[in-house]
Design a protein. Structure first.
Length: 276
């Protein structure tokens, strides 16, 4: 359903955009002219993301292994919208330096339907629990577009994803506040491609990833993966202003000794683009 909604939205934007560049319809714009929105040195994007969460975290404490806790079905977190901020510095046509910040935060109150152990503390069935989860996701990257044309490009991305996750559980019934956190810079590589449907409508796809299996280290205390997929369409009303609609999926797994977590967020987003 999300993919169909995204496809319909892109088609609607494409129809709007096709009607805008009148000079292109009548042949006044030469085919080799630079596409709208590709002449800039700084690009800023502000967006609202509407992801569906799938989050499971386990935390060991006092020598006692933690249970896998479903933050959606057990602790009751609900869908929320989040802000996304991106900035691209483009000193040359094929070279881009990128920064992105996505602050993710959930809170919920629930009477837990199952017993579990978190950070050495047992929470029994029927206990009221307040939970908070924050995930501050940063990206620092470099993009090289090895293939660049007037109507699109293909490139590679090298970046560091700095991840800062903290989960907190508070229950007056057990008289304790427990929390766990995970912070780490994560290297990633990937690919990006863009094509122009018409001179002011683009479709862009991007995928970056990192995977560290248990066998990669001498011991098996650490492992992880991070997959980031982004597919979006942009309507460039002018060279300096545009609008976006897209679909993004973040899939993270980490294991640090006896703590581990799986966090997946995916959903549609809408945003505005400014360039100069």
């Amino acid at each position: 359903m999300r993919i169909r909604l995204f496809a319909v939205s892109v088609c609607l934007f494409a129809g709007l955009g096709a009607a805008m560049p009148v000079e292109a319809q009548y042949g006044a714009r030469p085919s080799s002219a630079a596409a709208t929105g590709e002449t800039y040195h700084v690009e800023v994007v502000a967006a609202l993301w509407y992801p569906t969460p799938d989050i499971i975290i386990a935390s060991e404490g006092l020598g006692q292994p933690g249970d896998d806790i479903d933050f959606v079905n057990t602790l009751g977190i609900l869908n929320k919208k989040f802000r996304q901020f991106k900035i691209v510095l483009r000193p040359a046509t094929k070279h881009k330096f990128r920064f992105e910040y996505t602050p993710i935060s959930y809170s919920a109150e629930a009477v837990v339907p199952v017993s579990f152990v978190f950070n050495g503390q047992r929470y029994n069935v029927g206990v009221p629990v307040d939970s908070e989860l924050t995930w501050r996701a940063y990206r620092f990257g470099y993009e090289w577009d090895f293939l660049y044309r007037d109507r699109g490009f293909a490139g590679v991305v090298v970046e560091t994803k700095y991840t800062d996750i903290e989960a907190t559980l508070v229950s007056q019934a057990v008289g304790a506040t427990q929390f766990t956190s995970a912070k780490a810079p994560i290297p990633a590589v990937g690919f990006i491609g863009r094509g122009y449907v018409v001179p002011n409508i683009t479709i862009t796809g991007e995928f970056t990833f990192f995977k560290l299996p248990d066998q990669a280290l001498e011991n098996e205390d650490y492992s992880g993966k991070y997959y980031d997929f982004d597919l979006y369409g942009t309507v460039n009303f002018t060279n300096n202003f545009g609008a976006q609609v897209g679909y993004r999926s973040l899939d993270l797994f980490y294991k640090v000794k006896r703590d581990h977590g799986t966090m997946k967020l995916d959903g549609l987003y809408v945003g505005v683009v400014g360039r100069f």
